[in-house]
Structures are given as C-alpha cells and as structure tokens.
Design a protein around this ligand. Structure first.
Ligand SMILES: [Mg+2]
Length: 261
C-alpha cells in the first residue's frame, strides 16, 4: 500500500474514534469481485460478505453497494440486510427498505428494450459479442471478440446508439460498452440520495469503483471532500487513491475494520 492510502486509513480511524460517522460506498463488479468472463460468475466471496457485515454492524458506519446491475440482482448477490443498494447505475435504489425508482423508469425501460434488440442485431456478426439487459442500461460485452474486430464492433455500437438520438449515454466498461437513455440519474445521484437518507452531514464518505460508470460517483464524493478509491487499471483518473485490484480493496477494508473495533 502506498503512503497515501495509509493516510486515508488513518484519517478514517481518527475521525471514527472521535465520534464521527463513516459512509462506505462500493461498486460491485471489478471492485468487490474480480472481473470474470460472464457476469453471473461474479459471486461475492464469503469473506468479503462477512467483512461488509462486520463494518455495517458498527455504530456510525453506513455501507452501500452501488452497481450497474439490476437492483434485485445486486441485492441477491450481496445478500446483506441493513445496507444501502443502488442498482441499474442509480436508476433504482433500496434505501434500507425504502424503494426509490426513477419517475420515468417505464419509459427508460421501453427505450432500453428497443435498444437491446437493435444492438443484438448489430453485433450478431461478431463472434463472442453479446448484449446484457440491465433493465435501464444495456451492456455490449466484447471480451471474447477477436482483437482485430473490436474497433469495428465498437464503431457499430456507437452508431446504433447515436441513431437513437442525443439522449443516449455511452460509458466504457471492462471490455464492454454500456449504453443507457440519459434520464439524469446515475451513480452520482445515487450517492447523493444515499447520503441524504443517512443524514449525517459531517460523515466521511469513501467510494471505491473500477470503471467508467463510477465517474459520476467519484465526482459526487469528491464534492463532499470524501475519499475516492480507484480499483484496477481502468478506474477513472479522478479517483484520488489507487488500489491494484479487488483483493487490495478487501485488504484496505479489513484493515479499516480492525482499526475501528
Ligand atoms: Mg465495476
């Protein structure tokens, strides 16, 4: 661990032992779990689940998982009560049992269904490419596409998205492009909604994420002078601290837990 990460850990420890509150917000794929060939293989390690439960059980520590996956899916994968969840990159949230969904979710869902069928057709000629339905977001995965075809495939995907009009957002994922109708709710608004619900303005917020769709969350956390942890090589450069992989984040969180107890 670099000294700067040590400083972050120490700042959190001192603040907490002084009576302050901590908010730990974590992306799922590539952050809590390593990136794997298929999203359904990204299961949370039992040790990580135990660690998150241990942190969430501490007084004045709030834990949340902020994912691009559908809300039910991320909730089922993490499977912990008493924490915050944001799914579909912030379009739907579970604020400790209070369900919040974007008011125009149905419209966004219909647009996404349409987009999925166009994208599925557009990538059908590329062996290894497939489209994932995340309800308000669709992800075109190209990990298994021949290297020399990737640029062309990305071009096709961008073309389809552009044809849908200006309201489409394209974000870089791990060997993937995520396309969604821009409804104004993203991981950044999810962070703000969770913080509003916690209602502890002096809390120190930590956000860890690995990909392009975490950029809004990093911005939101930077705006409240929080700690931004970029995990892995593709994390947005606005993250102040870097961790090489999910294992390093696990180590960071276990050291934090040990320092707070
Ligand atoms: Mg991720």
């Amino acid at each position: 661990m670099s000294p700067s990460i040590e400083d972050a850990l120490e700042a959190l420890r001192v603040l907490y032992l002084d009576g302050g509150a901590l908010v730990l917000l974590l992306d799922y794929d590539g952050t809590l779990t390593p990136i794997v060939a298929r999203p359904e293989l990204a299961l949370l390690a039992p040790d990580t689940r135990r660690l998150l439960a241990q942190l969430a059980a501490l007084p004045r520590v709030h834990v949340g998982v902020v994912s691009g996956r559908k809300l039910e899916e991320v909730r089922a994968l993490v499977d912990l009560p008493g924490i915050y969840y944001a799914g579909a990159a912030g379009m739907e949230l579970d604020l400790k049992g209070k369900r919040v969904v974007h008011p125009h979710a149905e419209e966004a869902e219909a647009t996404t269904v349409e987009l999925i069928s166009r994208l599925t057709e557009a990538v059908s000629g590329y062996s290894g490419a497939w489209v994932e339905d995340k309800r308000f977001v669709c992800t075109v995965h190209y990990r298994d596409v021949a290297a020399e075809q990737i640029d062309q495939l990305r071009g096709r995907v961008e073309e389809v998205a552009r044809r849908e009009g200006d309201g489409m957002r394209i974000v870089e994922g791990p060997m993937a492009l995520e396309i969604s109708p821009d409804m104004g709710w993203n991981k950044g608004t999810a962070v703000r909604m969770i913080l509003d619900h916690i209602d502890a303005p002096q809390a120190m917020v930590v956000y860890a994420g690995d990909g392009g769709n975490d950029a809004d969350a990093f911005d939101a956390v930077a705006a409240v002078a929080g700690i931004t942890l970029g995990v892995g090589p593709d994390a947005p450069s606005i993250a102040r601290f870097r961790l090489p992989d999910p294992a390093a984040l696990y180590e960071f969180l276990s050291r934090l837990a040990a320092a707070l107890i």
